[in-house]
Design a protein around this ligand. Structure first.
Ligand SMILES: [Zn+2]
Ligand SMILES: [Zn+2]
Length: 150
């Protein structure tokens, strides 16, 4: 697997929101949780994690999802495409929806999360599977280290 070289660019479905990332991806994952299934109207969500300070975007966004305190989900105001999420306590990273990026084809999920809520027929070619999430920040860091070495 060859990771795409930054900068990475992308856009929402209608093109009103444009994203730009100047760093290499830290991690790619699929999340099988029921929330992601509903948010993405699909079997799972696809996320590419970047350093927050490498990310910029233009265009009008609105917040969606259940407006929980821990997670903020941002959508294009015009086409309502799901663009990215910010997780409280992980402000140094941004969770960009992989499908927004032009290089989505090279950003195959390295990890799958929340397989305990997985639709039984869903298949993801991930190297690491978790019934829920990595147990600790150290475990997450180890996954990011392994991903960046590939
Ligand atoms: Zn749009
Ligand atoms: Zn999820």
């Amino acid at each position: 697997m060859v990771l795409p070289e930054p900068p990475l660019k992308g856009a929402c479905l209608c093109g009103a929101v444009q994203v730009n990332v100047t760093a290499s991806p830290l991690l790619t994952f699929a999340c099988h949780c029921r929330d992601c299934q509903k948010l993405c109207a699909s079997a799972y969500s696809l996320t590419t994690v970047f350093p927050n300070d490498s990310f910029s975007c233009t265009g009008e966004l609105i917040k969606g999802g259940v407006r929980s305190s821990g997670r903020a989900h941002y959508f294009c105001k015009s086409c309502l495409n799901f663009v990215f999420s910010r997780i409280a306590g992980a402000d140094q990273r941004i969770n960009l929806r992989t499908s927004v990026l032009s290089e989505a084809a090279s950003l195959e999920p390295f990890v799958e999360l929340m397989t305990n809520e997985k639709l039984p027929w869903a298949r993801v070619p991930a190297v690491h599977s978790f019934a829920r999430y990595p147990e600790s920040l150290e475990e997450l860091q180890a996954l990011m280290d392994e991903y960046s070495e590939r």
